[in-house]
Design a protein around this ligand. Sequence first.
Ligand code: URA
Length: 235
Amino acid sequence: MRLVKLIANLGYGSRKEIQTAIRNGWVTDRQCNTLKADSKTAHEDILFDDEPLDPAPGMVILMNKPLGYTCSIKDNGKLVYDLLPDRYRMRKPVLSTIGRLDKETTGALMFTDDGTLLHQVISPKFDVAKVYEAELDRPLKGDEAAIFASGELMLESETKPLKPAELEVIDETHVRLTLHEGRYHQVRRMFAAVGNHVNALSRTQIGGLTLEGVEEGDWRYLDDADMAKVFGEQR
Ligand code: URA
């Protein structure tokens, strides 16, 4: 029964369907021995339909989110989950995005089924900085970096000022902005607060982790070395 539950929780099918798959000999080990429902074979040695099983719970993914995809399990239009294998929507524990990017924002988006890890990446305690690159509608005025660094900028309809954020000027309409918190539409609202408008926005970095090697619309699993980059010295 352990094997049925383990495979069903990865989203490969209902428990009944997995029982049938086991009975039909579709679940094997790496030596092609057919496994029984009470098998104690280690997760990484189990094959389903000749393919290794998806990672066990504790899975972390980095996606390079394209424009026009929504960070939601169900919504109209294109969803970030459409870019992952279908069965990932059926996993237990549930696979969630770590924070969200707007539909019109591209770039680094993490997913995990590990609630503790999810909270650590977004928690102020761990201070995992998020780096964004923005294309602005109008040239910078020159005082934006000081305003963003002040720790006093109050966004419309909020009661707590923003934490200091670092602005790096690439040219007069292109910037790199490092945030230490994640409020709703934060980058767009920060530029609206200084009389500008963000035309294009991309998250390029989460902690020390970049999108290197992950093309737009692609994704990859993260390992311990990647997570060490995300957290740096913080964990
Ligand atoms: N700030 C925004 O305005 N949008 C995002 O998607 C992320 C940060």
